[in-house]
Design a protein around this ligand. Sequence first.
Ligand code: FDA
Length: 413
Amino acid sequence: MTYPLIDSTQAVSTRHPDVVIIGAGASGLMCAATAAKRGLNVLVLEKANKVGKKILMSGGGKCNFTNYDVRPEHFISQNPHFCKSALSQYTQWDFFSLVNEYAIEWEERKHGQLFCRHSAKDILNMLLAECQQQAGSVSIKTRQQIEQITYADGLFLIDTETQQIRSKQLVIATGALSIPTLGGSGFGYQLAQQFQLPLVPRRAGLVPFTFTDQLKHLCSTLSGLAIDVGARCGEAYFRENLLFTHRGMSGPVALQISNYWQPGQAIELDLLPEQNASDLLLQAKQQQAKSGLKALLSPLLSKKLVRELLEMYWPEYQDKSLAEIPDKRLMKIADSLNRWQIKPADTEGYRTAEVTLGGVSTEAVSSKSFVCKHQPGLYFIGEVLDVTGHLGGYNFQWAWSSGYACGTHLMLD
Ligand code: FDA
């Protein structure tokens, strides 16, 4: 499909747009479509050669576009109330209706996650189609290198390599640092600093863990194995699959808990989330005294994992029957199974992180319209802000909701 609204030539029509949006990702496109629906003429400047790269790569190419269950508790921010207004102005049901209006086939997966049945392209095409059929207009310029932005006499002056564009309203929708090859950039933070907006420290989120201790070897040996575990870090708890990889630990539970992990902290894994391991081992000692830990635990945890755990932590019991293991020792082993303390060395960082935690402080921005409180005409939306969702379609919902809320509050000249 081709879209006449996207153009990679340098020339921008001389007519002043009502608003310039920087970044043609999830939130920028939603904002553009919403504003144009109200009659605004919108100019979107995108640095990449294509628009919506993260949408296309998301959810393994199927885009987990929202979730049936969206609540403020699914978002992390220094101000946990900030997300409420936008999420109620544009809900998951609103986006879901739009998807259905375009007859996009979708499917529900675990935990209410909604994915495209065929391709993430359907979502991007829908957003571009929305940008095209409006009262106002949307023009998207790709391959735009923005050199500087200044503000004078109520106008933003946006200097690209070839020209200066003027606009009373400027929306920053440049996303965050994750995956530089998909457009991740620090542009929004630099601009925020230029306009003296506070920043919340940033770090990679929804990201796999790496290890340098003996767990490095264990993970690499078990690479490819997935098990259902509970993971706790501070107050946060998730129950999901853990995936061992050559580099460390990944899978949904590792990604979810990474949002709550600080370097140096331990994570507690419950390898038997359905059972009290103490009861299990002591009962088994009574009822099948001759069998060993390997035979008892392998059907529950996989042979490979049990072999590695025995070698690493309890080598003296590898070939012993349960009857030969003192109760006190069995209870210690059980405790390790229900509360395995692991200490990641680090995460894989922005190279593979799905999101960036922290960002432009919500203190500086209106939660209703996303305009900066001390800089008229300047708006920040999407992931550049200090709002990060859990895994499960929440980050796109934040992009849709913040993009829509901003689009409805932009001024018509
Ligand atoms: P987004 O990153 O979408 O867009 C920012 C745009 O700004 C990009 O097009 C970028 O090129 C452009 N830009 C940056 N700097 C610029 C500059 N200086 N000048 C001009 N343009 C500039 N979430 C979810 O809910 N469900 C999912 O399935 C997934 N899956 C997923 C997979 C992968 C691999 C990643 C990396 C991320 C996800 N996410 C996700 C997260 C989701 O993609 C992300 O939160 C949103 O895309 C954020 O939307 P934004 O509009 O804020 O930024």
